[in-house]
Design a protein around this ligand. Sequence first.
Ligand code: C2E
Ligand code: MG
Ligand code: MG
Length: 724
Amino acid sequence: MTIRRKVGLAFGLTGLAIALFTFLAIDRQFAAVEQAALLEARHVGLGIADTVQEIGIKNADRVQEFVELLNQSSKRDVVIVDAGKIGIADANPQERGQAFDSDSNGEVAHTLADGRPRTFIELNASHPQGIRQLVVPVYDARGGARKTIVGAVVLEYTPIREELLAASRGHLKVIGAGGAALIAFILVVGLGISRQVTGPLHDLKNAVLRVKSLDYAAAQVRVGSADEIGVLGQAFNEMAHTLAIKSAALHAYKNQLEQRIADRTAELSVANVALQAEIEERKLSAKRNEYLAYYDSLTDLPNRAMFSRLLHAGIDTALAEDMQLALLFVDLDRFKNINDTLGHATGDHLLQEMARRLKSCLRADDAVARLGGDEFVVILQHITDASEVEAVARKILATASKPFGALGQEFHVTASVGVSMYPKDGSDERSLMKNADIAMYHAKDEGKNNFQLYSAQLDVHTFERLTMESALRQAMARDEFELFYQPKIDVAGGRMSGMEALLRWRHPEFGLIPPAKFIPLAEETGLILPIGKWVLRTACAQNVEWNIGAPYPLCIAVNLSARQFGDEGLLADVVAALQETGMDPSLLELEITESMLMRDIDKAIGVLTALKNMGVRIAMDDFGTGYSSLSNLKKFPLDTIKVDRSFVRDLPGCFEDRGIAEAIFAMGRALSLTVVAEGVETEAQADFLRLHACDKFQGYLFSHPLSSGEFGELLGKQLRSEAT
Ligand code: C2E
Ligand code: MG
Ligand code: MG
């Protein structure tokens, strides 16, 4: 229930109470009038009864006179009845002698019986509201115990009552008007108070509801008074204002926060996408890494790690089945040359081709892996006899040496294979690998393109290898190097035109060591630079000596290593050697190989041109093994090409080699180069070369490389025979 209703109800109830009170007051007034009229009637009735007693009821006519007189003087309507209720006197004389029966409940009879006055209302057609009557007894005597009721006075008192009512009517009007005015006042005041109190409260309620619905800006109330409600309104307005400010700030903060959340969500979703991609990438890369961890990406062969697993599994199987297992270490010969001259792409292509060829040589049980570079390794299972391994090794050599096509040409590559066997040569990976490696190096030493089975004897070579490096470092100081000389023969005249200086290492324990055994190591360690310098100086000095007294000038050829050729100090070293020995530069020929030139063609042309400008001659050594094309050859200022002995070896029988040799001679002629054939061992070879206009020979047919003493003797003999 609203306060307005409660206040209204309170004032309404007050008004009702006043109305009730007014009604009661009026009612009391009526009752008093009634009482006064009754008292007056009783008084009059008793007086009449006394008078009738005095007259004596038996004197009916006198009584009638008295009654008529009373009626005339006081307008009283009176009936006197005897004990039998018969009217002996009546204000209306016609009705005398009649039995009185206007009392509805026999009140007259009752009073005649017990003597107690009574009132009753006589119902009458002419008086619809009835006529008020009083009945009092009439006794035969005044006082005393023996008085007897002889009749009754029936007195109408309505007129008195009417008079009294008329007299108090003004009074009643005042009470009624006062009550109504009070009620009206109460209602007006109530309404006013209700308006005063509930109006602002109603506004406040509405404002609070607006606050509840977060509409702070509209939540302001009108403050019209300074009372508690006014103070409340003021305080509420301030509170709503503060709330509005805080809400606006909160709203702004919320917006900011939402924006930040939106931004962050966007960032997160971008990050999530990136994360997903990253996860995918990681998965892929994990797969890739797993592949890379166990496979060689170039050839798709198992790599070293996988090989290791395969070998362990193979050893376990061989042990369980009491069989042998073979490990073949396959290394391509001169692979470095191919990479340098034809480029890495061709080198890679060759390795892939080799991987395919090696796989084709093997049975399902066998495995081939690439350890890196040009090193392959083959595992052969279920071996009962070494001859089976040899058969596979031969197959590998044959397949490796098949022509290989690249850049529109065909090339020949060979391989060297070292074999170790389980359990004979080792029972674990390390020893089997070490021994296969030793066997492979032995195969290289034996001239490449062959295979070797490991044997304990080969270990000696390995030992040599290990101790060689420290020995090599001391060899210079200990003066252990020596030059051997091999004559070059002029084809036309058949006489010696010069010599090639070939380095030897006279080791105090191992004896004479050929250059192939220590030059690669000297290259690797850089020792080749001081050694090369020494060779150059020694060869020049020796040549100057031999030229003294010679009937014609003798040339000397000196081999340069790759490292020497690339060294900044080369030109200065050559100049120094020439100057120190006083040698004629045109008698010095420097031998270089194709691969040295191909590494950096522009630089090579620069170095060669500078050497040429000094007057030194340039020879291309081992021609044919490095795959140089004719167009490349034209770029360099060459004087001589030396045909590699591998092309001479099978002459004149081998049709293929004959073709190659003829092509080289023709090319040499076309470029006006001196063509020298290396490794001429037989007369047949010499005849073929003579026939094809080769310029010079070099080979065992004429002479092995000789020590300077021996060579000096040979030279002396030769010169002497010339002289004769
Ligand atoms: P190369 O310059 O091609 O030397 C020719 C090689 O062929 C020599 O081997 C020689 O002994 C050998 N030879 C000559 N005639 C025949 C023959 O009829 N049949 C056979 N089978 N072989 C023959 P060597 O002295 O062992 O030298 C090998 C290589 O070592 C040389 O090949 C050269 O590249 C290098 N070398 C030799 N001395 C030096 C040097 O002072 N400095 C540098 N950097 N390399 C050198
Ligand atoms: Mg040479
Ligand atoms: Mg050579």
